[in-house]
Design a protein around this ligand. Sequence first.
Ligand code: GLA
Length: 736
Amino acid sequence: MNRLHQLTYYFNHGAVAIAVSLFTLATVNAQTIIPIETAHNALVLQADAKKDLKTIFFGKKLANKEEYSQVSGQYKQTDDYSEQLNAAYTPSGSRNLVEPAISVTHADGNNSLDLSYVDHTVTAIDNNVNLLKIRLKDPAYNFEVTLFYKSFYKQDVIEQWTEIKHSEKGIVTLNKYASANLHLKSPHFWLNQYHGDWAKEMQPEQSELTHGIKTLDSKLGTRANLFQPSVFMISLDKPGEENEGNVLYGALEWSGNFKIDLELDYQNNLRIIAGMNNYASPYSLKPGELFTTPAFLYTFSNQGKGDASRKLQNWARNYKILDGKGSRLTLLNNWEATYFDFNEQKLADLLKDTKKLGVDLFLLDDGWFGNKYPRNDDHAALGDWQENKKKLPNGISSLVKEADNVGTKFGIWIEPEMVSPKSELYEKHPDWVVKQPNRPEHYFRNQLELDLSNPKVQDFVFSVVDGLFTKNPKLAYIKWDCNAVIYNAYSAHLKNQSHFYIDYVRGLYTVLQRIRAKYPTIPMMLCSGGGGRVDYGALQYFTEFWPSDNTDPLERIFMQWEYSYFYPAVSSSNHVTDWGKQSIKFRTDVAMMGKLGFDIVVSKLPEKELQFCQEAIKNYNDVKAIIWQGDQYRLADPRSGSVASMLYVNEEKTEGVIFNYQVNYRYGESSKYPVKLNGLDANKKYQIKEINLFPGTKSPIDGSKTYTGDFLMNIGFNPILNTDRTSVVLKFEEVK
Ligand code: GLA
């Protein structure tokens, strides 16, 4: 085995936890090839004779590793004048002519940076995960950048981030500090991006990238994804399909301002530069101080969007989402049932309803706190996390006890980063509030943020959560909301205001880390006025997220569809509410495609509807492991036809569920064609039965018939949808 093969071996097998220093290799060979290989892909970097680190290949891996060095020679594009168009991390102020990954002002005021390869090490963390570190240094300054590539072999996922430090004589200002800088080659690039607003999350758009820079970004500070999330897809050559095409998925693991530049350069290559947004945020770095960027996450598939999404979902369950392989609690939430208008008696009834319905937990939403300024609407009391004595004279602890008595669990809503102008907290600690000292306040949902860059505020936020658990050890669930964006960004605590946006999010993560150190497994829902903060930076502390306040089931079919490309079903909280005109069956079926919950007045349900819900919850308990942990296949896209169809199958391909909906109610519409199944074993035989039938209805589907996987995947199966049957849930099982 020569050194290159040896290195490749470690990347592939990662069997031993070792660190390989390849400094010698760099000095022996004029060119150092650094392949990062996963099950199907390779990202290949090269430190050339001048010590420039470049990306020479990214895509489906080659059988013969020796050939990566010959890839570049096959492209006859125009000149690379700077000789660093494909830099693995583009510096600025020296030769560079395009969008940089990093830009700095040195201690002596000089704005130039160059980065030369020094050495790299590979550490096998376990059989599946490797960590590659590449050190780069400016030949003219004591300024160092380390690139980190954490690769997940089976899932074809890479997390990439950067550490920056220096030992110059004074402060260095970081003007830009990307997490990653990718370089892709293809004649055409198609971008799938998302936009939205409250109740309109994850609206997809697809376009071919043209020359110049397309930027996906957020400057909202908190609730950062409200208008645009950082997740996106790039299809190479032609628009990716569900089951074919070369597709890259990207996402930034960061809950604050982000910036992703997609630069189609003059040579026709795509440069992706992703990281925290440097907007209003030049960051000053003392000698010896370490600046670490969040990770940029990407996966690639040459078999279309479906395959890429299953890889990402699998990665998220195994490595990122808190307790991703664990179980979840079904629940009844009182938000839409009562809004702010409740008291002990009403809640006691709802606790009984929780038990009657058959879900695991009752979740008390907004409105339970504030005395001087009671929380009776959304104009007051955020920050005053004491039970309102009028509504709850015996406190939360009596409710937790009552829940225990009726045999259910109890969870609670908080929004601990926020403060209402009408609150005792604001009166006591005006210096904890994010606001400009000399400008009028401007509110988002009548509220302001607390300054989480301030350690005292971090202590306060931690104490809100810690206090609830200390007083109520049986508290079983937290819904953590964040309803405002940041206006008038200013911290009374920080000396350097341009650190604010970054230090806010770091402060938030510090609090969440403290919470998780003390309460490692308590389920927590990540909510932000709907889906304003769904990202993998936050999700490592949360078990699930709230996709949107829009729970109209027809809308949810589309929205959950888009979320599912990036996030596994186990993390998606889907509630049955009174939004939309659809039947209770339709609403429940849609909510079952993730983590099921209810937000309805159970006592007002007609008998048959209650019976339906109770049976549906039993069915759900039967199949939820497949929905949460199985592989998800998108069969029929609601955007391209009248039918939406989504399949979940277990790893052994012996059991699964298919959710089918008619999404177009025009005259005569129906499922005219069979829906082609996917993810089955062609050689196995299956039976398909309809479940979740409304009491008193019969299924036209003959559950005793047997079909091969081959038949079901090539011909398909008709769920028999029509305007009288708009929602059909099918369960399939292998028969021997
Ligand atoms: C946000 C959340 C809702 C609900 C309300 C309470 O809008 O998204 O689910 O909790 O706040 O005020």
